[in-house]
Design a protein around this ligand. Structure first.
Ligand code: ZN
Length: 456
């Protein structure tokens, strides 16, 4: 059946997760991003609901970047019948090899835990997908060079534009019969310490923009000094600094800053542990893609020398029994899962310790509760009292704030016909909509879940 050129918003509406856009044209259907919903239960439930399209009818998927909220639904899509190619940048493909099997493993763990505790409505609880399902996806991924014009079925073309954020992250510009639409994906910072700034977007008729920080500016603080202060204060009390960090991107940034601080003797020579198998693999990849980030081979070598990599479960348990000053970097960044939970359980109850979050904390996550002053949080079914000092260094976020986004958009050669704001909490998206309308006079809308826009 023939369809006019159109886009449907299937995720990242009123939330920062579950990015998915269905583009239809002629008799073809492609998906831009295929992310998992995360955070609040009502949002997560959407991972299990019926799709508003036939997975088997999708001709191709294109990924902006590897973060799970943009790629983590792929194995579920394949289980439901998708068997086409998945296109993305070289680094995104490499990162997916690390992130997707891990996401499958976590789904299996969750199901095992639900069965053990009998709290699932479904007996037995099934994982959304398994590690093996995720490995099947990897075979379908094909990489696209940054300057390549990719040909898709029916005369559609696609182009990737690097946007900082994390290794390999790109905006995607589609063109069909002279009409174009560009999806920003997640947009990085103009002055990130390790990622290059986002490249200016080419002219586009339609533009889908993220709005994680659509209503906020990052604090203008010296992030290095702030980290030095937390570490020094905690060390003087004989405590441990725990940094929950996103395995890809912020974990490497944290290591780089700590290495510089040590090198400049601004913090004591305490041991630094990276306790996340996924972050360890992402760090190794980082060392391989030298042309895609700002760190030199020397920088990478010094970080490698400094860091104790905690690989096995036994090493992780031993680290968790440590009583002496140390800095531990562990995932996940919003404390929604992973090894960081075991550390939180042991460290939260002691005022000597500090927990230092490094960026956006989505609604409903433990990171969100803790940075908003929760006096206790539930971990593995038990409440844990909070006595440790909690900090959130938002200045190290990997997302541009609305002023940075605006300066990036100013570089566009011409005015888009229409802009769609997605990937934000409802209030952030609406603030960004008003801001862009006032600043540029653009036609800007905030689509809702399942809205369709014709691209004529
Ligand atoms: Zn991202």
């Amino acid at each position: 059946m023939q369809s006019p050129f159109q886009v449907q918003f299937i995720g990242a509406t009123g939330t920062v997760t579950g990015s998915k856009y269905l583009v239809k044209y002629d008799r073809y259907k492609i998906l831009i991003d295929c992310g998992l919903f995360q955070g609040i239960k009502n949002v997560r439930r959407r991972n299990w609901s019926e799709l508003p399209f036939e997975a088997s009818a999708i001709d191709a998927v294109l990924l902006t970047h590897a973060h799970i909220d943009h790629s983590g639904y792929l194995p579920a899509l394949m289980k439901r019948g998708f068997h086409g190619p998945i296109y993305c940048s070289v680094a995104t493909k490499a990162l997916c090899k690390v992130l997707l099997p891990d996401a499958g493993y976590l789904q299996e763990e969750d199901a095992r835990y639900a069965n053990y505790k009998h709290f699932s409505k479904h007996e037995p609880a099934e994982p959304l997908y398994t590690e093996e399902d995720a490995r099947k996806v990897l075979k379908q991924i094909k990489d696209v060079a940054a300057d390549e014009i990719l040909s898709l079925p029916g005369g559609m073309t696609a182009q990737l534009i690097p946007v900082g954020h994390i290794l390999g992250a790109s905006a995607i510009r589609l063109e069909y019969q002279g009409k174009s639409i560009t999806f920003s994906g997640d947009v990085g910072r103009e002055n990130d310490l390790i990622q290059y700034p986002p490249q200016p977007l080419p002219a586009t008729d339609y533009l889908v923009l993220e709005s994680t920080y659509g209503d906020r500016l990052h604090e203008q603080v010296d992030a290095e000094q702030a980290i030095a202060d937390v570490i020094n204060k905690t060390m003087s009390r004989g405590g441990i600094v725990l940094m929950p960090a996103f395995a890809v991107g912020r974990a490497q940034l944290a290591l780089h800053i700590i290495e510089r601080l040590k090198h400049q003797h601004r913090i004591p020579d305490v041991p630094i542990y990276l306790n996340s198998p996924m972050a360890i693999r992402a760090t190794e990849l980082f060392y391989n893609f030298h042309d895609l980030h700002k760190l030199s081979e020397d920088d990478c070598h010094r970080i490698d020398e400094m860091t104790h990599y905690v690989k096995t479960v036994e090493e992780s348990i031993a680290l968790n029994q440590r009583k002496y000053p140390a800095v531990i970097i562990s995932a996940s960044g919003m404390a929604s899962g992973g090894r960081v939970l075991h550390h939180l359980k042991t460290l939260l109850g002691d005022h000597k310790n500090s927990i230092l979050f490094l960026g956006y904390q989505a609604a409903g996550t433990r990171g969100d509760s803790l940075t908003h002053g929760a006096t206790s949080v539930k971990i593995h079914g038990q409440y844990v009292g909070v006595k440790a000092e909690i900090h959130n260094l938002d200045a190290l976020s990997s997302h541009a704030d609305y002023a940075e986004m605006t300066r990036w958009l100013e570089k566009m050669p011409s005015k888009p016909k229409q802009v769609f704001i997605t990937h934000g909490e409802a209030s952030a998206s609406d603030c960004f909509r008003r801001h862009l309308k006032d600043r540029f006079g653009w036609q800007v809308d905030v689509p809702e879940y399942l809205d369709v826009a014709l691209l004529d």
